[in-house]
Design a binder for this molecule. Structure first.
Ligand SMILES: Nc1nc2c(ncn2[C@@H]2O[C@H](COP(=O)(O)OP(=O)(O)O)[C@@H](O)[C@H]2O)c(=O)[nH]1
Ligand SMILES: [Mg+2]
Length: 200
C-alpha cells in the first residue's frame, strides 16, 4: 500500500456533541481555530484524499475544499454510521478514520495504522493507547463495506463488536497517548487551551 495514493482519510464530525451543549464540535474554537482544522492539518499530508463526515453545517465544512459525506442512516446512529457512509464514497482501496475532537493527534497516525495492517495481513487495523483500543482511529479495507452495511442493517451499532467479526491488527500508540485526548465538554476546551498556551 502506498499511503499517498491508496488511502482516503475521513474526519468524523457527525455526532450530536451533547456534552458540548449540542454545539458542532468540529467548529468549536480552540486557540482561535475551529477544532477540525487541527485534524485537517494532521491528516492532509498523510493521505491521498481527505473527506469530512458531517451531518450539520455542511456549508461551513465545505469551505475547507474537502468533500462532505453525510450519514446515510438518519438519527445519529454513532460513528460506525459515518464510517459506513465514507466507505461508500471513497475511490481508494483503504479508508482511515479519526474524530474531529482530538487536536493533539499524532502526525504519523496513517503510517502506523498502515504498517500494522500490512504486517498482520489484516483487513483492518485499530489504534491502541497501551490500555485499550481507540476504535475511531482505524484503517479499513474498502471491501469491508458490505459487511458493515449488513451489520448496521441488522440494527447493531457497537463498533468493537463489528471489529471482532474481522481479522484486525492492533497498532500501538502508547508512546503518543495525547493523540487520544478528546475534547468533549466546555471544560475540556478550557484545559486544551491552557495546554496550547503552555506549549507555545
Ligand atoms: N457520523 C457520525 N459520527 C458520530 C456520531 N456520533 C458520534 N460520532 C463521532 O464519533 C466520534 C466520537 O464521538 P464522541 O461524542 O466524542 O464520543 P466519545 O468517544 O465518548 O468521546 C466523534 O468524532 C463524533 O463526531 C453519529 O451519529 N454519526
Ligand atoms: Mg470524544
Amino acid at each position: 500500500m502506498n499511503i499517498k495514493t491508496d488511502v482516503t482519510g475521513v474526519i468524523l464530525a457527525g455526532g450530536q456533541a451533547r456534552r458540548m451543549g449540542g454545539e458542532d464540535k468540529g467548529l468549536v474554537m480552540l486557540n482561535d481555530k475551529p477544532m477540525i482544522e487541527y485534524i485537517i492539518a494532521a491528516l492532509k499530508p498523510q493521505t491521498s484524499k481527505l473527506i469530512i463526515n458531517a451531518n450539520r453545517n455542511c456549508n461551513i465544512y465545505s469551505q475547507y475544499g474537502l468533500a462532505i459525506v453525510e450519514d446515510d442512516l438518519s438519527g445519529y446512529c454513532g460513528p460506525l454510521s459515518g464510517i459506513s457512509s465514507a466507505l461508500q464514497a471513497i475511490e481508494t482501496d483503504y479508508l482511515v478514520t479519526a474524530p474531529c475532537d482530538t487536536p493533539f493527534i499524532t502526525h504519523d497516525l496513517v503510517e502506523r495504522l498502515a504498517q500494522a495492517l500490512e504486517d498482520n495481513q489484516a483487513d483492518l487495523s485499530v489504534a491502541h493507547n497501551g490500555e485499550r483500543i481507540q476504535p475511531v482511529f482505524c484503517m479499513l479495507k474498502k471491501s469491508l463495506r458490505e459487511s458493515l452495511n449488513k451489520y448496521l442493517a441488522s440494527g447493531e451499532r457497537k463498533i468493537d463488536r463489528w471489529f471482532e467479526q474481522h481479522h484486525y491488527a492492533i497498532a500501538d500508540f502508547s508512546d503518543v497517548p495525547e493523540t487520544f485526548d478528546n475534547i468533549n465538554t466546555p471544560e475540556d476546551v478550557e484545559q486544551a487551551q491552557f495546554r496550547f498556551e503552555t506549549l507555545s
